[in-house]
Design a binder for this molecule. Structure first.
Ligand code: NAD
Length: 261
């Protein structure tokens, strides 16, 4: 089982990362909480998870736009918990703008956080995973790791990069008996990141939020509904399990057939 394993989930103070941290804790895993926001907020999340699930849920701060801090997060987890068995690279941000007006600092931030951080955490976590003969690297990519949309150049480039990184790790660890790397590629999940986009688009187009959800957000999505955090938690648990060990080096869509077109 998954009980007693140690997981680092980046960006676990909100949305998908928080949901996966809660879900893995419910399965008995210790979970490292990381993200931006106030330390009171992060401590409250940690206390709640520890109370609900009886596991350790330490908060380790790291600004993952910086490589040294990303590697440091894993080193801190190794020092404090003794191993990193599961690494969920989830932290990410979005910025929507045409390329001509895309702020250069936003480009750098998104490439550093949404792509390079996963290289740095993986580099720091892999030696221990190889040594102990078990490890799971789960990159929360996106349907935008497989197809593009306009006005999301940095995000689409970073997520395609994550898919490429995942495939490369998969090949490098392929002969290890129980060590895998995969990318989950969800379409829209209703988190604070998406709520922000709905509000921005409503303002930009002079539309109601309901119209934006139907005609903009879910327009490309054949099943016309959001994926849920519960669905992502269930799939993450499968990838962590022994039965999930043949998934490796894969970009796994959870997108209601968006990328089937
Ligand atoms: P969110 O905004 O709810 O959460 C993002 C998390 O990342 C937060 O915990 C935030 O504090 C953290 N973070 C931001 N900057 C950071 C930094 N510099 N260092 C460390 N942590 C930082 O977003 P979400 O919707 O839950 O998205 C999580 C991941 O899922 C992202 O990689 C996103 O691209 C991906 N994703 C989301 C959707 C969706 O529809 N919500 C779809 C596909 C993929």
């Amino acid at each position: 089982g998954l009980k007693g394993l140690n997981a680092v989930i980046t960006g676990s103070t909100s949305g998908i990362g928080l949901g996966i941290a809660r879900g893995l804790a419910e399965s008995g895993m210790n979970v490292v909480i990381n993200g931006m926001g106030s330390s009171e907020e992060k401590q409250a999340i940690s206390k709640q998870i520890e109370a609900d699930s009886g596991v350790k849920a330490p908060v380790f701060d790291a600004d993952l736009t910086m490589g040294a801090e990303a590697r440091g997060l894993i080193e801190q987890a190794l020092d404090s918990l003794g191993s990193v068995d599961v690494l969920v690279n989830n932290a990410g941000v979005q910025h929507v703008s045409c390329i001509e007006e895309f702020p250069e600092d936003k480009w750098d931030q998104i490439i550093n956080l949404n792509l390079s951080a996963s290289f740095h955490t993986t580099k720091a976590a892999l030696p221990g995973m190889r040594q102990q003969g078990y490890g799971r690297i789960i990159n929360i990519a996106s349907a935008h790791g497989l197809v593009a949309s306009p006005y999301k150049s940095a995000y689409v480039a970073a997520k395609h990069g994550v898919v490429g990184l995942t495939r490369t790790i998969g090949l490098e660890v392929a002969e290890e008996p129980d060590l895998t790397a995969n990318a989950i590629c969800p379409a829209y999940v209703r988190t604070p990141l998406v709520e922000g986009q709905i509000a921005d688009q409503a303002k930009a187009h002079g539309m109601s939020e309901e119209q934006v959800i139907r005609d903009v957000i879910l327009a490309a999505q054949p099943n016309k509904r959001f994926a849920t955090i519960d669905e992502l938690v269930a799939f993450t648990r499968l990838l962590c399990s022994h039965e999930g060990r043949s998934f490796n080096g894969a970009a796994l869509p959870m997108d209601g057939a968006w990328t089937a077109r």
